[in-house]
Design a protein. Structure first.
Length: 243
């Protein structure tokens, strides 16, 4: 395995009862890549992300992170290096913004409380929400919640960030704020996998696009290959509808 390959997925399968959601996905992610995952609703995109950091345990197949096979025993340690940002923010409503940010680093004993608070303050300042440190999530707008969720994922300085439709629950103005923050992370060289329906953003940010349908990757390529010269009829049909 090459040194700069951070993630390797081999024959990944996931079923929920009789429902086969992932049907043998093979995938590699290299350090510094920004992969956008596209596909119709119900195609398995979110399940794919959730299996990568074992929020869903794979039914079959193997996932390697920096050369190590993910198992039940080591996932908690490895998960520190794989941040995840969800569609509906997943902030804890009865904790303040500051408490949401420092919870994982302090609980996992990765940082002392003082150091975690210092890091959280720096990140809040960066996104212009210093004045919200003692607020509860219910008082934030959707865009503010999602930006807090992104910096929460950044608290542990992960090597890879997974974004599961980070703008789909937001109003148009908030979408711009959130995409701007993701764009900045990309420009800094963060390794990213993002599931999104924002096509213009996908074209702009991706180093590679992956199209999943019925639990399989059926096409992948650079933005110009994918959008200008799609190979499969399924992707051609999809692009006609969304562009």
């Amino acid at each position: 395995m090459e040194n700069n390959t951070s993630l390797v997925v081999k024959n990944l399968r996931k079923s929920f009862g009789n429902n086969k959601v992932l049907n043998g996905i093979n995938f590699e992610l290299k350090e510094g890549e920004r992969v956008v995952v596209l596909g119709p609703s119900g195609s398995g995109k979110s399940t794919f992300l959730r299996c990568i950091n074992w929020m869903e345990e794979p039914t079959a197949g193997e996932i390697y992170f920096n050369g190590k096979l993910l198992t039940e025993k080591n996932i908690r340690k490895i998960r520190r290096n794989i941040g995840m940002v969800f569609q509906h923010f997943n902030l804890i409503n009865n904790l303040t913004v500051m408490e949401n940010l420092i919870l994982a680093p302090v609980k996992l004993k990765i940082m002392k409380r003082d150091a975690a608070e210092k890091r959280a303050k720096e990140l809040l300042k960066h996104i212009g929400l210093t004045n919200k440190a003692d607020s509860f999530p219910a008082s934030l707008s959707g865009g503010q919640k999602q930006r807090v969720a992104i910096i929460r994922a950044m608290m542990l300085s992960p090597e890879v960030l997974l974004f599961d439709e980070p703008t789909s629950a937001l109003d148009p103005e908030s979408i711009g704020d959130v995409l701007s923050l993701i764009r900045e992370l990309a420009e800094r060289g963060m390794t990213i996998i993002i599931v999104t329906h924002e096509m213009s953003f996908a074209k702009e940010i991706a180093t590679r696009l992956v199209f999943i349908d019925k639990g399989k990757i059926i096409e992948e390529g650079t933005p110009s290959e994918f959008f200008e010269h799609p190979k499969t009829p399924r992707v051609q049909e999809f692009l006609k509808k969304v562009l």
